[in-house]
Design a protein around this ligand. Structure first.
Ligand code: GRF
Length: 195
């Protein structure tokens, strides 16, 4: 199976995914694609010998469809079987997502359906939650929705700041996402629950 990974930033999730696709793993990375030419993840992907590309979203201003038409080009050229969003910070239209329906995954730093959208760690702290975590889900037209393929829980500890909690969650993201990708690549959509 060929896996394309979309990212916007440092790409720690991409690194965890790429480094997991070795040996008898049924998938291999075929592209790392960003909306930002300066994304740190692009250099990390290149260091690992994974082809990279970027399509800047800024020149398209609010024209999401035009940006996505460009984004689709390197993605189709890479001919992925699976597309993983990993710290990809652009909302994708229903039109784009529908072309990858059933083959696109995303990791979100909350225990969905709680805290869709941004600032999830601060919101969990604000709510006084005792637990928090991350979710991998199939991407559908609605933001941070879609069937859950995995979740990892972490405790919220006294004195936690959003940054400290985010780091605790991120550590679990790097375990959960590779585990879900391997199972998904084997054709198994049974959800994985950790912690
Ligand atoms: C992190 O906040 C992570 O929770 C979310 O995307 C952000 C950046 O992740 N999935 P990465 O280091 O670029 O993978």
């Amino acid at each position: 199976k060929r896996v394309a990974i979309l990212l916007s930033g440092g790409g720690s999730n991409m690194v965890a995914l790429v480094d997991s696709m070795t040996g008898d793993h049924p998938a291999r990375p075929c592209l790392v694609l960003s909306n930002d030419p300066d994304a740190g993840g692009l250099a990390k992907a290149a260091d690992r010998g994974v082809p990279t590309a970027f399509v800047e979203h800024r020149p398209f201003k609010g024209d999401r469809a035009a940006f996505e038409a460009e984004l689709m080009k390197p993605l189709l050229a890479a001919q992925p079987d699976i597309v993983c969003l990993a710290g990809f910070m652009r909302v994708l239209t229903a039109g784009f997502v529908s072309q990858w329906q059933g083959r696109m995954l995303n990791i979100h730093p909350s225990l969905l359906p709680k805290y869709k959208g941004l600032h999830t760690h601060a919101r969990a702290l604000e709510a006084g939650d005792a637990e928090h975590g991350c979710s991998v889900h199939e991407v559908t037209a609605e933001l941070d929705d879609g069937p859950i393929l995995g979740q990892a829980r972490v405790p919220v500890l006294p004195g936690d700041t959003p940054e400290v909690l985010a780091a605790r969650v991120l550590e679990q993201e790097h375990i959960l996402y590779p585990a879900v990708l391997r199972r998904f690549a084997e054709g198994d959509r049974t959800p994985i629950f950790l912690g």
